[in-house]
Design a protein around this ligand. Structure first.
Ligand SMILES: [Ca+2]
Length: 187
């Protein structure tokens, strides 16, 4: 079968549009949060259970938001293939544009510990159904480091972290705002 010039042109157009679509996708995820997942060899009772890794995985995430579910599903990245007994350690660097009192709300199933500039702001040691614990800190203008350790034991899981400056709107951790900007990885 011989293709006409029109057919070849049409095929070339289809091919180039596929190439364009594929370079646009997958959707670029702002690499604002570093996350290291540690799958425990054994069960995790609380946030201080000694680590015994069977697997570790590294991710760069736009936000710290995992659905309430019986498996680990990130809001943007989708299912990540873990269900029980894992830790996730998150790190972010942020540039505070407006100095003031900031609140970080951690909604978790199960436990967590949160630090900013190595100062511990909040924790929940053991397991729980999704519930929110706030941590507050006065932040100066400029760079600050945030760390969050989280664990899922068994059953359902979920994690969502938001922040707001006193008197301002609330945003998800990883989302820049007029009050503070996340510094993307790598750096
Ligand atoms: Ca759980």
């Amino acid at each position: 079968m011989r293709l006409s010039r029109g057919q070849i042109f049409f095929a070339a157009m289809c091919l180039s549009s596929i190439l364009v679509i594929n370079t646009v996708r997958p959707r670029q995820i702002a690499p604002n949060i570093k996350a290291v997942l540690t799958k425990q060899d054994g069960s995790i009772a609380n946030i201080d259970t000694p680590r015994k890794a069977s697997t570790t995985k590294n991710y760069l995430l736009d936000v710290v938001e995992f659905q309430n579910s019986n498996t680990l599903i990130h809001k943007t990245m989708g299912p990540l293939g873990f269900t029980n007994d894992f830790f996730i350690d998150f790190e972010a660097e942020l540039e505070v544009l407006e100095a003031g009192m900031y609140t970080f709300n951690v909604a978790s199933d199960d436990g967590f510990r949160l630090w900013v500039d190595d100062k511990q702001l909040a924790e929940w040691l053991g397991d729980r159904p999704v519930a929110t614990t706030p941590g507050k800190i006065a932040l100066d203008k400029g760079r600050h480091k945030l760390r969050l350790s989280y664990f899922q034991g068994y059953g359902n899981l979920g994690l969502k972290v938001t922040y707001n400056k006193e008197g301002s709107s609330s945003y998800r951790l990883g989302e820049s705002s007029a009050q503070l900007e996340f510094i993307p990885y790598p750096r």
